[in-house]
Design a binder for this molecule. Sequence first.
Ligand SMILES: [Zn+2]
Length: 353
Amino acid sequence: MGDRPALSGLYGPKQPLPVLVEPLGGESTGSFVNRLAHGQGLHLDQLLTRVGFGQASRDPQRVRAYPQLTEMYVNALGLEYLATLCGLSVQTLQEALPSLEQRHLLPEGEEAVWKWPWAPREGHLVPLCSGCGLLRGVTESVWMISPGRWRMCARHLEWTDDHRSSKPVTVSLEGVPETVSAQQQRETLQQEFGSVGGQLFADAFQVAVYCWTCLPDAERWVQRAGSVGLEAFSVRAAPLVVLPEAAQLAKRMVAFERLGERDRSLREKWLAGVRRDMAAWGVDADVGIEPLRQWLSHHREQPAQLGPQDSHAGGSTGPVRLPGSHEFHAQSVWDLGELSCLPWQLGQPACEM
Ligand SMILES: [Zn+2]
């Protein structure tokens, strides 16, 4: 950006830092700047002080407590400085780091601005799978701006989440192949049915969360938590332990949405099938049926059409939308609680659900 006003030329950094560090696609800006500092043999706060990184330099303790707590935002001039420092174009940086996208830039001014709010404005800070980091030659932790609260790497069987302070940082999924395949089923549903597939999976997950909250001592859930080294009954373990049941229920929900007729007897027949599933999970179906009735009340009308997505047609029917309380999201949302028409949150007490 050579034709920027003279300001950046006057005050900003003139040349790249000696050691080049590559940003990883989807990485948080704070994580990248942290690695950039380490690449030079500096602590993050030392780097920030030397290059005059605005407010960040005034609060070294907070910055040192990074990167699991805070994300870094810049204005346009700050972005230019950063690009010069790391020897990359502004465009390359913006393409790699989600929080540098145009819509996240701080208001323009005559000075470069860097800010570190306590939480990312969008998404969640979740570590990158360590195996995937190693493949890119990175040995330290990399924090991603993740649309959901956890990430699963099916290649390295690693689970990471946004639980900041608790150990372990990463969880091995070797003992729970059913959780890995549940996540793959989620992706398949999304490929087959687009956003509707994702929403139905989210609904199924919410029902499973409800069941887990009321009955966390179901044997299979306790066992799964144990086999990945997480505490049974812990909210952190919950998504990982209920995912297989959520995947099974999601299939049932897709089947329901595809029923032509939805009279009372078909609904009852469908419910009876789910009750049998729940009994097999070790969950009292009289408890589990409660959120399902809520779900059914939101899904009275049939979607316009729910068939496999037609990837080549221009789409004369438009995207399939579920009726009821499913909001339309302009940005890609991958957080199950936000996608669902069932309003509770994992971690809420059962009496508030
Ligand atoms: Zn991996």
